[in-house]
Write a protein that binds this ligand. Sequence first.
Ligand code: 13P
Length: 261
Amino acid sequence: MAAPGRRPLVSGNWKMHHDHVQAIRTVQDLGLRLQPADVAALDVSVHPPFTDLRSVQTVIEDRAIPVALGAQHCHHQDQGAFTGEVAPPMLARLGVRYVIVGHSERRQFFGQTDEEVALVLRAVLRHGMTPIVCVGESEEEREAGVTHDRLTAQATAALGGLPAQQVAALVVAYEPIWAIGTGRTAEAADAQAACAHIRSVVAAVADAEAAGAVRIQYGGSVKPDNTAELMAQPDVDGLLVGGASLEAATFASIVTHAGGR
Ligand code: 13P
């Protein structure tokens, strides 16, 4: 289990699924399933598409659903001529608490670079939201034995130069690309080794206190039946769930297993 002081965070990344009507139903259903005791010892966030955010915010607030609102991406500038993009203050105004930054799908399909990831991360922090910074190796990198080098490079590029206090308060998600949407979850021991490595990188780029405080999630084919084993690893402080977060019943089951219930 996560060290005392690191409150686990279980996040549902809906990716490009659920229009706002489906989103409303899903979060209402989640609200009916999650009991206060389920979330007493952990934080939960949902990350719907942009078009759903306002609707989901309203449902969460009206029904006092114990789930934080999250976004999947944003631009790094506060405003400007950037057709199709969404600015960080727009998300903050909506009550968004967590923003996924540098997801491998943004890096892979939209050409997001390490430099852009670092800029977005800083913009999210500037507007008082918590970034969930994604790092992870590809299958080729894993086979070539360079997983840790890759994680070091990505984490250093994203976090290098930030005040240690800010690093301590953010979230890193270890998402091996080969495990995303494939049904091939990382072995719990491998997830642990990678998360421990990321923590050592945080100690190097920030300090030991930040490394002890930063929350590190695992993501990649998380399901209710592998949740407990992953969460039992000492350096795994939460989960970033894709496909299995789309159905309220499945996601609620992951949340309750993550809370040890
Ligand atoms: P899956 O859980 O569908 O593998 O997706 C993981 C992920 O990319 C979450 O951000």
